[in-house]
Design a protein around this ligand. Structure first.
Ligand SMILES: CC(C)(COP(=O)(O)OP(=O)(O)OC[C@H]1O[C@@H](n2cnc3c(N)ncnc32)[C@H](O)[C@@H]1OP(=O)(O)O)[C@@H](O)C(=O)NCCC(=O)NCCS
Length: 152
């Protein structure tokens, strides 16, 4: 998907062989927690989705990032054919190298090729990193309101 051969970043589709690398990366992102069971379920879900919406990034041949998207069909009253950036993560040792940017750019390219042109994502209001990252690539704050309850 990269046309510049000198670019050490390669964004490509997720393969089932990537499972261990994704679990390892997720563990780095979550302070050492191993979530093999979670990722087994996720990989099963990804297999049911459009294959072009599950992407990974390699830097010098090592898997160091992922971005997974989905297309919704009226869940939460959001119109069908809305794209979602559902998961994104870049190895903490490889940040600010535009890996995240390249992953999302490719995801947006894939959405467009599927005629999906409105893309949402969610993160907590206090997450300045995600706010700055998504703002830097053109996302703006939307109109969804998050309601919650804590059950005693
Ligand atoms: C957000 C995240 C994906 C960004 O990945 P990245 O590869 O480091 O980001 P990029 O290098 O592509 O950054 C692109 C631009 O976003 C902005 N940006 C990214 N991270 C930033 C930060 N920590 N602070 C300020 N701006 C930031 C900058 O404008 C940057 O461009 P610049 O470096 O040329 O100034 C990464 O920090 C990450 O994985 N965070 C954890 C995400 C997470 O919690 N995921 C789980 C739930 S989905």
């Amino acid at each position: 998907m990269n046309h510049q051969t000198e670019n050490p970043i390669k964004v490509r589709l997720l393969k089932s062989d990537d499972f261990n690398s994704v679990v390892l990366l997720d563990s780095k992102l979550r302070g050492g927690e191993n979530r093999q069971d979670y990722w087994e379920k996720k990989f099963a879900i990804f297999r049911m989705r459009h294959p072009n919406l599950s992407l990974v990034a390699e830097l010098d041949g090592h898997l160091v990032g992922y971005a997974m998207g989905n297309i919704s069909g009226w869940e939460f009253g959001v119109s069908e054919c809305t794209g979602w950036v559902e998961l994104i993560g870049v190895d903490p040792g490889c940040r600010r190298l535009h890996l995240g940017q390249e992953l999302v750019a490719e995801l947006l390219h894939q959405f467009r090729s599927l005629n999906v042109v409105t893309i949402y994502t969610l993160f907590t209001a206090s997450n300045q990193e995600m706010r700055k990252f998504f703002s830097s690539i053109g996302f703006t704050e939307g109109q969804l309101i998050h309601f919650q309850i804590n059950i005693p």
